[in-house]
Ligand binder design. Sequence first.
Ligand code: ZN
Length: 197
Amino acid sequence: MYPTPIAKLIESFMKLPGIGQKTATRLAFFAIGMDDQTVNDFAANLLTAKRELKFCVTCGNLTDQEKCEICRDESRDQTTILVVEDAKDVTALERIREYRGLYHVLHGTISPMEGRGPDDINMKSLIERLMDSAVEEVIIATNATADGEATAMYLSRLIKPAGIKVTRLARGLAVGADIEYADEVTLSKAVENRQEI
Ligand SMILES: [Zn+2]
């Protein structure tokens, strides 16, 4: 119904989360109305972000260098690692400015239902980090979903025997809630009231 170039643009916008055909069509028509410079910048930014961003070799956070900004910051508390599912959760937790330790990004959860095991996520490197390190506490901040809980329990059983304290974010977060969408007060309280597991 539309000329191929715009049909393809609509298709591309529909790949974004939460964008249906109607919104994609509106965005596509808006985009072709933008001036050339804006369109060029938009396309270039998309390509540059995709090309230059990679995962920190230490913690798995997003970075454009070998190590992320947090891992490079020696003033941060090196005795605590906070474990999250996704790099977006690091941003959410950094926003509350209360946590000063390090992070580890799992890039997912283990999921007995979907057949995802520890080797399918960034877990091995966490265990390696804990060997001969100064880490005294691992705070598990996986989401309050069935898979998030399964991952927390698995990690706890693995890490505790090494004499490292394992804690879980307090239950201020609703069951099934994503860290990413939690408000700052809730998140702050959840970190503060974390409990040993
Ligand atoms: Zn890092």
